[in-house]
Design a protein around this ligand. Structure first.
Ligand code: MG
Length: 242
């Protein structure tokens, strides 16, 4: 009897070890990723929220007073109307993938930070700079595709003024505990015209013009496009909640 048990046990162990060596042993079949349909290059995938398709500003409101967004729409794009204030999404977001296209003015009016300045604020607080830095010098941590005053872009991938450009942004929101203390930083990855310019950088806090980054607890929040007084245009804006 004892020999039989030993024999069966050895046989079982042998089978088990052989089983572990099969390729199937490390295959995972469940869960299956859900299917997302994609269309033309840069068009919103089937699970995206379209924030601007060139037709109206229904998804946006004025950053100042939540009134109607006052930027101008022509053809399939919108343009900053200087002095009317930034525009913010009606919907608040946490972790996202964001695609947008922008164009700085073809006519060069100024220099440095005054040339084609706008910006994409994630959660209304963390700015990825929009600026015309095609042969236009400014402080490196404030140039186009910088995380404003925190991270210099890895390279300058700017197209000429007047040409359409793209941002693909992956943002993971900061986490705060119930006492309002930040327990996990926000992270940002940015591709500028398909070129990696920010590689999973750890956001230090709000992107301040003057002073140090701040870390005050907040919930999901709007995306804001900045009115810096320059007629920068935007088109094809969509977001995926992660
Ligand atoms: Mg700006």
């Amino acid at each position: 009897m004892r020999f039989l048990i030993l024999f069966l046990f050895t046989f079982f162990c042998l089978g088990l070890s052989l089983g572990q060596k099969q390729p199937e042993a490390t295959e995972v079949w469940q869960p299956e990723p859900r299917v997302v349909k994609t269309g033309k290059l840069n068009s919103p995938p089937s699970d995206a929220i379209v924030l601007f398709d060139g037709k109206n500003l229904d998804q946006w409101m004025s950053e100042r007073d939540s009134s109607e967004a006052k930027w101008k729409i022509e053809d399939n794009y919108m343009t900053v109307v200087g002095g009317t204030g930034g525009i913010m999404t009606k919907q608040a977001f946490g972790d996202i993938q964001l695609h947008l296209e922008f164009r700085t003015p073809a006519k060069i009016e100024s220099q440095g930070q005054g040339r084609g300045n706008s910006g994409v604020f994630l959660q209304s607080r963390y700015e990825v700079q929009v600026l015309d830095n095609y042969e236009n010098k400014t402080y490196s941590n404030g140039q186009c595709a910088s995380v404003y005053k925190q991270y210099i872009p890895l390279v300058n991938a700017c197209k000429k003024p007047g040409e359409w450009q793209s941002y693909d942004i992956i943002f993971s929101a900061p986490r705060f505990n119930k006492d309002g203390i930040k327990v996990a930083s926000a992270y940002l990855t940015v591709l500028h015209n398909g070129v990696l310019v920010q590689n999973h950088v750890e956001i230090k806090g709000t992107t301040e013009y003057i002073g140090q980054p701040k870390n005050v607890a907040h919930e999901k929040a709007s995306i804001i496009l900045q009115d810096h007084g320059n007629p920068v245009s935007y088109r094809n804006i969509w977001v995926r909640e992660l």
